[in-house]
Structures are given as C-alpha cells and as structure tokens.
Ligand binder design. Structure first.
Ligand SMILES: [Zn+2]
Length: 436
C-alpha cells in the first residue's frame, strides 16, 4: 500500500535522524499511522458487512437451488414413468407386429398348400378327362362295332337263342367291353371322389386364409389403438420435457448467480485478509515507533515513559487526582481511585504499559466503556468512560498503542479519561507510576 510505504519511509527518516526532531513531528507520524489504521478498520467493517450480505444472498440462492434440484428430480421421475409406459406400449406394438408377421407366414404357407392342391386338382382333372375320354372312346368303339356288325335286338335275340361262333365272339366282346366300362366307371368315380376331396380341402384352406386375414386386420386395428395411446403419451412427455428444460434453465441461471456470489465472497475474504494483514503491519510499525521513541528518550512531556515503565494514557492534563474528594456526581465524600485526564470527545487513549487486554467494552453504569490491561506481577491498568474501545478482549497490546477514545459513558459529567493503576485488585495512586 502506497501510503504505508510513505509512512514507513518517513518513519525510517525519523528513526535515523531522530535527534533534533520535536514531539510535534512524532505526534504527526503517530497520528498519520493511527489515521491509516482507522481507515483500515472502517474498510474492515465495510468488507465484513459486504461479506455478510453476500453470504445471506448465497443462502437465499442456495435455498432456491435446492428447491429447483428437488423439482428437477420429481419431474425427471414423472418423465421416467412416461418413458417406461411408452416403452411398454411400444413393446405391445412390437409383439403384435410379430404376431402379424407370423400370420403372414402362415397365410403364405397356406397359399402354397392351396397351390399344391390346385396342381393336384389339375392333374386330377386331366386324369379324369383322360379316363372319361377313354371311356367315351370305348363306348363309341363298342357302338361302332355293334353297328358294323348290324347288332340290334335281333342280334341280341340271336345271341341268346342262336349261339353261333360269330355271335359268341360278339357276346365275348360285349362282355369284355361292359367289364372294362364298369372298371373305368369305378376308376372315374374314385377320381371324382378324390377331386371332391381336394376341392373340400381347398375350401377349408381358403376359409383358413380368410380367418387369418381377419385376425391380421384385428391385430392391425389393435396396433392402431395402442399406437394412438402411445402417441398421446409421447406428446405429453414432450410437453413435460419442455417444462423440465425450463426448470433446468432456471437452475443453471441460479447456479451461475451462486458461482458469481461465491467468487465475490472469496475476493472479499481475500481483501479482508489483506487489509487485516496491512493493519497488523501498521500496528507493528506504530508499536515499534512508540518503543523506539520511548527507548531513545526522545519524547518529553506527555509521551515520556516513567522510570517505573508507565506512559501517560492521554495527552490531556490531569483534572482530578487520586484520593478522598467530594464526588462530582454523587456529592458525597469518597475515595477517587484513579486520576482523571481532561480531553475532547474522541481523543486517543493509549496503553500505559504493554500487556494483555482482559476487558474491553461496557463495564457498568459507573465506568461505562472500560478497557483493563493485565501487565503481569499482579499489575493492571484501568481506563474508563471511553466513547469507544479500539481493542478486544484477549488481545496483546504494546505500550503506547491506542486502545480507545475519550468519552463520557457511565457516571460522568463530561468527556474525560478515568485512569487507574491496580495491584492485586487494589487501586494505587497512578501518579506514583507516571512521574519520577
Ligand atoms: Zn475519575
């Protein structure tokens, strides 16, 4: 930090050329360091507030994010059900299509059988034709033969009553012809029966094809129904997908917001650490500076460390001494357990000796805001009526380090510092510690 460097440089100069510089210079170095520390403390407060605000915002966004994540989970699971349902419908359709394929194969198979029957029927028809032709030929031959031999009733008569060799021959022929005709007729009858059988079989198969066709049409109708149900589900699912996408977009938006806030918070925390480190450095500089002044004995007057090792906690003059007095507020005689330093509201109060802060903040209605510093060996210093404390409990302070500001809190008639030195809890006259 530029300002710190300037102060450091200045500090260096003061330390090197220390002799001959008056206390005004020292006071100005001290006050500019203190001013910088003040500014930093303000910044620290601001940054802490910022971080708190950002963290609150992060909490809100985080809440929203987990709500959205829940909603996404719920919606996804509903969509999952739809997908399952659609898949089941599709499986139903696939099964039915497989059935149709089976039916088509069966129809094909049956048609092949019908074709075979048709071929057999054709062969049968041809055979029948042949047989009938043959029979017709035979009968024709027989009649021709009978006409050629002038066969009439008289011949038949002659065949019965006058059997000559010729007639016997005719009769034989007639007999054999009739025999053949009979067996032909029988054969024809068999073929005709066979034909009828085949025709019946064919009809049965054709009927089967018709049934298969009906079955196939029924399956197709069922598929159409399932397909339309499935389509409804698909449409509804697409609608739900769209809604889910909107929620997901919103989630992404919130996630982005979250990340940005998180990053800002991280930067702020870094900034805070930086300022805090900066302040520690300034505080060290101030302490070193105060120590060097005290050790070199440069400073006279108000800032001089007494031989017993104590520093005046305020630059103001003493307005009330330690001892018995009429209390300014109560009006009764009582022991004044410290000395009062006059001063303006907000004037700096410094640690009279190095030590550990054992109390910082409101003490009671008598002393108001108080800082108590433990110096070891049973010694404590006590600073009362502060308008504001500048240290916190547990903190180690150096001699001359600012610990608070003059005020009038508690039972007080105006801005002043009430300062005590205590040993083992008993107040002692501070002037015995502050002066030679
Ligand atoms: Zn007092």
């Amino acid at each position: 930090m530029c300002k710190n460097k300037i102060i450091s440089l200045f500090l260096c100069l003061v330390l090197t050329l220390g002799f001959g510089l008056d206390s005004n210079v020292n006071a100005s170095v001290k006050s500019s360091l203190e001013k910088q520390i003040d500014l930093n403390n303000e910044k620290i407060n601001d940054v802490k507030n910022d971080i708190q605000e950002i963290e609150q915002e992060i909490d809100i966004v985080d809440d929203e994010l987990s709500k959205l994540k829940n909603e996404i989970d719920q919606r996804s699971s509903v969509i999952g059900e739809y997908v399952k349902n659609i898949e089941e419908h599709q499986k139903n359709i696939d099964d039915k299509n497989a059935l149709i394929e089976g039916v088509l194969k069966e129809v094909e198979h049956t048609q092949q059988k019908i074709e075979e029957l048709n071929r057999t029927l054709q062969e049968n028809e041809l055979e029948l034709q042949k047989l009938e032709d043959l029979l017709a030929e035979r009968i024709k031959g027989f009649y021709k033969y009978s006409q050629d031999n002038s066969m009439g009733l008289d011949i038949l008569f002659a065949m019965v009553f006058d059997l000559n060799k010729d007639l016997q021959e005719v009769a034989d022929t007639m007999y054999s012809v009739s025999k053949i005709t009979e067996s032909d007729k029988k054969l024809i009858e068999e073929v005709k029966q066979k034909r009828d059988e085949i025709t019946r079989d064919k009809e049965t198969l054709e009927k089967e094809i018709q049934n298969l066709d009906l079955y196939k049409k029924d399956l197709e109708k069922q598929i159409q129904e399932v397909e339309s149900l499935k389509q409804e589900l698909v449409t509804k699912k697409e609608e739900l997908d769209g809604e889910l996408q909107k929620v997901k977009d919103l989630e992404a938006e919130y996630q982005e917001k979250y990340n940005a806030l998180d990053e800002t918070a991280r930067q702020k925390r870094e900034e805070l650490i930086q300022i805090q480190q900066d302040n520690e450095q300034l505080q060290r500089q101030l302490s070193e500076y105060m120590n060097s002044i005290n050790n070199s004995g440069l400073v006279g007057g108000n800032n001089e460390v007494s031989p017993s090792g104590y520093l005046k906690p305020s630059t103001g003059s003493i307005t009330s001494n330690y001892g018995w007095r009429i209390h300014p507020v109560r009006g009764t005689k009582s022991l004044h357990t410290g000395v009062d330093f006059g001063g303006a509201y907000g004037d700096t109060i410094v640690a009279s000796r190095a030590g550990e802060v054992v109390h910082a903040g409101w003490y009671n209605n008598v002393y108001g805001n108080v800082v108590i510093i433990n110096h070891g060996g049973g010694y404590q210093t006590f600073y009362a009526h502060m308008s504001k404390v500048a240290v916190s409990k547990g903190q180690t302070v150096n001699q001359g380090q600012r610990i608070g500001f003059i005020g009038s809190t508690g039972m007080s008639t105006g801005a002043h510092l009430h300062f005590e030195v205590r040993k083992d809890g008993q107040s002692l006259n501070p002037l015995n510690f502050l002066t030679r």
